[in-house]
Design a protein. Sequence first.
Length: 463
Amino acid sequence: MNFIPIAPAHPPRPRRQCAGFGWLLLPLLLLLPFKAGAGGAPTVLSYTNSELINIYDGYTYGANYPSTLQVPPLPGALQSLTVTLYGLSDLDTSGIDLLLAGPNGESGPTVGLMRSAGSGKATGITITLSDDGPPFPPIPLTNGTYQPSCDPGSGYSFPNDTFCPFFQEGANQLSDFIGTTLGGTWNLYEFYDSIVGADGSISGGWSLNFSLLPIAPAVTSQFATNVTVSNATLNATVTPELSATTVYFEYGLTTNYGAFSPTNTLASDLVDATNVALSITGLPPGTTIHYLAVAQNSVGTSFGGDSTFATSNAPATAPSLQATLANHSTLVLTLNGSTGSNYTVVSATNLSPPITWTPFTNVTITNTNQVIYKGPLTNRMQFFAVGTTPPAPPVLAASVTNASLVLTLHGNPGASYAILLATNLSPPITWTPFTNFTMTNTVQVITPGPLTNRVEFFRAQQQ
């Protein structure tokens, strides 16, 4: 396509070829109320730039063209597009050239809206460009709907600008925008290719009117919140895409799920992504739960992808102890507590103060309700009590063997201890780190090496 610069002189009126330019003032974007479709009918969303567009006489285009219009990402699928011009006035509308470019700019599509449109004077008329309208008549234009107009030819002559949109030869229909990006900056270019002795304008600006059909909803699973031992709130973002949409979650221990949350229904007129939160209960404690957001409307069903969360561990169960006699002589002790916890059972022969409790047994239970003792009753009367076994405080002994320091630590298996060193015990005592150690047995020997000071003191503390 040839780019033909416009000469500053006023040449004779040329044979018209497809063209379009515009003049830009500061844009004002208005979102008009949309009409929600019912029963599968399309929804119309309109966006308007109401700023004045000046039409300058004599092969002239606006220094600030094009007039721009910002359109947000749109829901649904485009069925049709129309363009409305408000308050069009000119001594001869046949000289007005208008070109519409979508957010993709020169890569298209672009559509010629007006070229050889009518003849003679128009004053304050409102016209809509639609693929379904009739062609422009060769007479003065009035309010109404018309087809986009572009004379056939080799291309469009336009000034050499930093951004030069061009008309793409072909059907020149607004339906060319179906399947393209709709959200972004739209540009309306205006150029006047004649000399009539007076300027014109589009006093009320212009609008884009998108007729949109519903599609399957868009859904994305989000992080679970309010997670407890047995409950959680599952979250998702959902765009109904112009059809009433039911949202729910599938959840379970694996990606086979198997359980379903309550549902929530989003109205069809929700244009933007909407947060949906649904609560589920009765979950097992300390367990990883898989969940999947599901959104369903009249067009189809969409899934948000698998996500997981973990419920909290159940709080430790306060221990309870039950004593029974089997066959009148066999003592049976049954302990109810937290699996994996260690308990100490003590006994007494009477409850007269002061009560003397003596150790009876120590046990780590593997079930929440477990028989921990079964044997003969040793006294005519016995009382039993149970409690958790607190971690034993560390005990550290130090000795020297063949000039080597030997430390013996009594502690809790699996626990980590810090061994600290001081060279004297005069206040204030300065303890410095000596070594760190993790116990694998209740009593363990540590041999760090030779004694480095004539006098050394050591202490152990659990980390």
